[in-house]
Write a protein that binds this ligand. Structure first.
Ligand code: UD1
Ligand code: CA
Length: 468
């Protein structure tokens, strides 16, 4: 089997993005654009991947530090041919085929490049290129074929004759080269054209002139070759990618009520018979089990969610774990480190952070529970607060199994409440509570019968005296 190397061109500025951030670092569905090309190289099983960087080289390098890629610095941007020249030292000693594609073309499927590689190898070509047929080829390079249908040249839009501009077949910028041909012809490349650039596309004419074989394959789904040049392209590409991810999950049995308004990132997995309502945003490494309902406008980030969970509308879940059968929200906030046990309930306006909640426990309304361990079958009334912060340090609250916490209570941490204890409403607990005890810290209720009536009567009399 012949070896494959990948060269990804990513040195450009992306002027039309009008951004302080290099184009390839702009996120698309949670991942920088360039990552999609790196993943493509990985699925092609490329022996080595060389990323040609230039603009914000250090930032791009940093973003890719965990990927097994080599970097080639293109100091000046003198064209696509020049960019590949910059990659050649990194390919020193490599024998095999070299696939070249861009870092700003995230919708390109690995299978499409695989087809091109197959065509290239079948024909034993020196150079092969992908083409696409579009209604409007805009500013793209045009594919010129001879009467036999063989590709003869790629002509840049700016260098086209009026007739050539009418050609509907364009060059998306995806190539495969035989390494010997690539090395040799790059050495002969000049910048004698309208833009004074070293055109990678000129290599095609060089192959044809020297009588070497050229192969091509035409992409079936023209959507794939959509590059990102400006912010609207970015939005359009994200739209396509989002629907791809959703279609994939839908095939596995997930219902999406409104795919157009649902953001699901490529790393998310969802079990069958789960229903995702409009406006949900599911990101990172989120795993959602089967038979769940994720209601409108919920945001779930890097969470693991069990089976049969309902996340009611407007909830935000971050880096948390949620057990089977749990109900969350509406409008609950699980902050990082929340671990919610099976069948528990986290209700309206409840915020948890670094909190482990036991099986079947209920925090149903208006609560802050941070740096806490709550046992199983605990009932927390409305308006409970763990006072975990003394202005300098965070402290822990530990609540045992079967505890009942009345409404409007505070636990001033560090504090432990033993199993089965009762905390009366309106209490502020400032020291540890033994198991099975009752705590009440509010003053006793005083009732003075008839007091209000007397007061009203006295006021009325005073007014009457004034009038007279
Ligand atoms: C190139 C092709 C054109 C094709 C189009 C598809 C050439 C001469 N033309 O156009 O036929 O239709 O792509 O999009 O190749 N880059 C570098 N260094 C450079 C120049 C470019 O790394 O010096 C990178 C850019 O970051 C970008 C990619 O190469 O990712 C394409 O560059 P761009 O300037 O958009 O392509 P064109 O040369 O206009
Ligand atoms: Ca471009």
């Amino acid at each position: 089997m012949k070896k494959l190397a990948a060269v990804i061109l990513a040195a450009g500025q992306g002027t039309r993005m009008k951004s302080g951030l290099a184009k390839v670092l702009h996120p698309l569905l949670g991942k920088p654009l360039i990552k999609y090309s790196i993943e493509t190289a990985r699925s092609l099983k490329a022996e080595m991947t060389v990323v040609v960087i230039g603009v914000q080289a250090e930032r791009v390098k940093k973003e890719l530090e965990k990927d097994e890629v080599l970097f080639a610095l293109q100091r000046e941007r003198l064209g696509t041919g020049h960019a590949v020249m910059a990659a050649m030292p990194a390919l020193k000693g490599f024998k095999g085929d070299v696939a070249v594609f861009y870092g700003d073309c995230p919708l390109l499927r690995p299978e499409t490049i695989k087809d091109l590689i197959s065509a290239h190898r079948r024909k034993r070509a020196a150079m092969s290129l992908l083409t696409a047929v579009l209604d409007d080829c805009g500013g793209y390079g045009r594919i010129v074929r001879d009467e036999k249908g063989e590709v003869r040249a790629i002509v840049e839009h700016k260098d086209c004759t009026a007739d050539q501009r009418l050609i509907h077949e364009m060059n998306p910028g995806v190539y495969v080269f035989e390494d010997g041909f690539l090395r040799k012809s790059l050495r002969g490349l000049t910048n004698n054209n309208k833009q004074g650039e070293y055109y990678l596309t000129d290599l095609l004419a060089m192959a044809v002139e020297s009588g070497q074989k050229v192969a091509s394959s035409t992409v079936k789904d023209a959507e794939e070759i959509m590059g990102v040049n400006d912010r609207m392209d970015l939005a359009a590409a994200a739209g396509v990618m989002r629907l791809r991810v959703i279609a994939d999950l839908a095939k596995k049995g997930v219902t999406f009520e409104c795919p157009e308004t649902t953001h699901v990132e490529p790393g998310v997995t969802i079990g069958p018979d789960t229903v995702i309502e409009p406006g949900a945003r599911l990101s990172g490494r989120t795993v959602i089990g089967p038979n769940c309902v994720i209601q409108m406008n919920s945001r779930i980030e890097d969470c693991v969610i069990g089976r049969g969970v309902t996340v009611k509308s407007g909830s935000a879940l971050e880096q948390s774990k949620v057990g089977d059968g749990v109900q969350i929200g509406p409008m609950a906030h699980l902050r990082p480190g929340s671990v919610i046990g099976p069948d528990a309930r986290i209700g309206n306006f409840v915020e948890t952070k670094k909190a482990v909640i036991g099986k079947g426990s209920k925090l149903s309304h208006l609560t802050y529970c941070g740096d806490a361990e709550v046992g199983s079958e605990v009932n927390v009334g409305c308006g409970f607060i763990t006072c975990n912060y003394d202005g300098v340090n965070k402290h822990k609250t530990i609540i045992g199994d079967g505890v009942f916490i009345g409404s409007d209570t505070q636990a001033v941490a560090p504090v432990k409440i033993g199993d089965g204890a009762y905390i009366g409403s309106g209490s502020t607990v400032t020291r540890d509570v033994p198991a099975d005890s009752l705590v009440m810290t509010r003053p006793p209720t005083t009732v003075k019968e008839g007091w209000a009536a007397k007061k009203r009567a006295a006021r009325k009399k005073k007014k009457g005296n004034k009038k007279r």
